[in-house]
Design a protein around this ligand. Structure first.
Ligand code: SF4
Ligand code: SF4
Length: 92
């Protein structure tokens, strides 16, 4: 198993107390970013490629015990970029 990188922001926080190790987050992630050892009810999921997460929230949505929280980085929360300009739209 690949060791998760520690030098990048990890947006996926898993509560080890409430995770029931069901594999659903591994199964649903469209980018295959989450690794969970199958059929092992002892191991927690690992976010293998945190910098490739696109914040779709599917892992959080499917988790049966609400053990996952998707944390948006400050840079995204406070981004004041004019999206209309970015898309090439003109505001009248
Ligand atoms: S938010 Fe989406 S892309 Fe990111 S880890 Fe969860 S399921 Fe995968
Ligand atoms: S979906 Fe939730 S309970 Fe299941 S392995 Fe992932 S974090 Fe744990």
């Amino acid at each position: 198993m690949t060791t998760p990188r520690k030098d990048v922001f990890n947006p996926i926080r898993i509560n080890a107390e409430t995770c029931v190790k069901c594999n659903l987050c591994d199964w649903i992630c469209p980018g295959d970013l989450i690794y969970k050892e199958e059929d092992n009810r002892e191991t927690l999921p690992v976010i293998k490629y945190p910098d490739e997460c696109w914040y779709c929230g599917l892992c959080q949505s499917i988790c049966p015990t609400n053990a996952i929280t998707v944390v948006f980085p400050e840079q995204m929360i406070h981004n004041r970029t004019d999206v209309a300009s970015l898309l090439g739209k003109v505001i009248e």
